[in-house]
Design a protein around this ligand. Structure first.
Ligand SMILES: [Zn+2]
Length: 82
């Protein structure tokens, strides 16, 4: 799964990990340390959202919902995707 930083657009690809922060390939986003930050702009994990195959319009709707979700709700949602 891929995750996008909503500040700078950096994409965290779980298959690749994050070499800049010594995160090995295959590390799920949920398993990143809580203090992991976007290697480009320093945004916290909270600012990332799962990059799903959807149109611009769908993405807009999705992001509205995603922003309102609690940590727990996000966790459940992502579990459902995996
Ligand atoms: Zn960023």
């Amino acid at each position: 799964m891929k995750w996008k930083c909503s500040y700078c657009g950096y994409v965290y690809d779980e298959d690749e990990g994050d070499p800049l922060s010594d995160i090995p390939p295959g590390t799920k986003f949920e398993d990143l340390p809580d203090d992991w930050k976007c290697p480009i702009c320093g945004a916290p994990k909270d600012m990332f959202y799962p990059l799903l195959d959807m149109s611009r319009k769908e993405l807009k709707e999705f992001l509205k919902k995603w922003r309102k979700m609690s940590q727990e709700e996000r966790k459940k949602f992502v579990e459902g995707l995996r």
